[in-house]
Ligand binder design. Structure first.
Ligand code: CMC
Length: 446
């Protein structure tokens, strides 16, 4: 045995072997055995490197496209048990936070690890509120977009452009600078989102109102018209706040992996966040809420659901808003969202697409295809219906995901920066391309 042989034969005083937190690997190419430590149910991929056929061999690697079974970091922010349908931020169940907390308080929790006391919360809200304004040049920049530009495209570029305004953001190893950029990012996301929306309508921008709550101010900047003072409807304001809590973080999903990966090059947080927004935009990730609505519109009526499900099972299309890499049970966020949906419908009237969505869910939960693959509704299945009833156009749905996810992204980015084990992200590959060959002049190529 090559590693840890000293602990390999350890016994208890009564002679029974000590349970060893190790894994023994036998390489049948060489007949050699290796014992590698197991920590938190995991072996270190670098421990495989010692497994070689001869001294010139590079050593064994693990192959895991799409990170199906690879832990890329140690985190203390968000816990998910996908089989049991559990989601917790810093140990607090998502159900309790959705019922009792606010988005701003939850964002503080994600970033600082503990719930704030009264003074901390007041200071936190004050700082976020005092960073909601954007430089007037950004307005001009937004004006350059075409009237039908997708707001996610505008968000990606405008957030990236913030890095050109705040040069101190490059100082990522300064705690003070990170704190400042955190206030700016969380404060300015709603303003940029609302300005992008108003631009597509050709309506004048509405400036932030710091007397309002975080979601209340967003509604103000989006929907205010002739009122001297905008008063958000408390049911809609609270519904949006709950949706923001549910979207605040979700451990190592695609966009979080992106902010960690891009941030690992030590680029400023605006550029890294822009990359994360780009990842979120995709229809398999945060863009799914928009796609769900398009799908429900395409299905058109409850009677047409069985035909659509047949097409899904034939592999012609996907049931958007269903399935998840980690949840193999009902997404706990979807359960809360379904309840919030009914509260919004009570106020705004039932969304006519709800019946189609419920029928899709009913059939899918009973159908062998979905049951076998453990496909359940995810967070995006019902959010689109709520957003539509609240008056948002479809293209704004992923933006409403990106705004609250900013706190989670920044918490994860900061955790990555402060982790002494993390370095620039740089995966390996298995090269199966051509071997070395001589350059062929163009006239000799067939
Ligand atoms: N409709 C139909 N079949 C599906 C679906 C779906 N929505 N999702 C997965 N499957 C099938 C898939 O075809 C595969 O079948 P088979 O074993 O026969 O090849 C099996 O289920 C396993 O799927 P997978 O693609 O290996 O699963 P994954 O973990 O790679 O993908 C997913 C997860 C979320 C990308 C995928 O379920 C999906 O595309 N869902 C629709 C898009 C969606 O709703 N995305 C939002 C995710 S939650 C919000 C967020 O955090 O992003």
């Amino acid at each position: 045995m090559d590693s840890l042989t000293s602990t390999a034969n350890a016994k208890k005083t009564d002679g029974t072997p000590l349970s060893r937190e190790t894994l023994t690997i036998t390489d049948n190419r060489t007949g050699k055995s290796y014992e590698v430590p197991i920590t938190h149910g995991t072996i270190r991929a670098m421990d495989l490197r010692q497994i070689k056929t001869d001294p010139s061999d590079f050593g064994m690697m693990s192959y895991d496209p799409a990170f199906n079974n690879t832990a890329a970091c140690i985190s203390r922010i968000t816990y998910i048990d996908g089989d049991k349908g559990i989601l917790r931020y810093r140990g607090y169940p998502i159900e309790e936070l959705a019922e009792k907390s606010t988005y701003l308080e939850t964002a503080f929790l994600l970033l600082h690890g503990e719930l704030p006391n009264e003074k901390q919360l007041k200071d936190w809200a004050w700082h976020i509120g005092h960073h909601t304004f954007i430089h007037e040049s950004i307005k001009k920049f937004l004006d350059g977009f075409h009237y039908d530009a997708h707001p996610m495209g505008m968000m990606i570029s405008t957030i990236a452009a913030l890095s050109t305004f705040y040069h101190d953001a490059k100082d990522i190893l300064s705690e003070e600078s990170r704190q400042k950029q955190t206030y700016r990012l969380i404060g300015k996301m709603p303003t940029i989102a609302a300005f992008a929306y108003r631009h597509t309508l050709g309506m004048p921008f509405v400036y932030p109102d710091n007397e309002l709550s975080y979601p209340g101010n967003l509604l103000n900047m989006l929907f205010r018209t002739t009122e001297t003072r905008y008063r958000p409807n408390p049911t809609l304001e609270r519904a949006l706040d709950i949706l923001f809590i549910l979207h605040a973080d979700h451990e190592q999903n695609c966009s979080t992996n992106v902010i960690r990966g891009v941030g690992s090059s030590h680029v400023d947080p605006y550029s890294a966040t822009a990359a994360a927004i780009a990842a979120l935009y995709g229809p398999l990730h945060g863009g799914a809420n928009e796609e769900v609505l398009r799908m429900l519109l395409e299905i058109g009526s409850v009677q047409k659901v069985p035909d659509f499900i047949k097409r899904v099972k034939a592999g012609e299309t996907k049931l958007m808003g269903f399935g998840h890499r980690v949840y193999k049970n009902y997404d706990p966020r979807a359960r809360i969202i379904k309840r919030v949906a009914y509260e919004v419908f009570e106020l705004m009237g039932k969304n006519p697409l709800l019946e189609i969505a419920l029928e899709c869910e009913r059939i899918a939960l009973e159908d062998e295809y979905f049951v076998k693959r453990k496909l359940y509704p995810n967070v995006d299945f019902y959010t689109g219906l709520i957003y539509q009833s609240m008056g948002f156009p479809m293209t704004m749905f992923p933006v409403l995901f990106a705004i609250p996810r900013t706190s989670g992204w920044i918490a994860q980015w900061q955790e990555m920066l402060l982790d002494p084990e993390q370095k620039i992200a740089r995966p390996r590959q298995i090269y199966l391309g051509s071997g070395a060959r001589d350059y062929v002049p163009i006239e000799k190529r067939s």
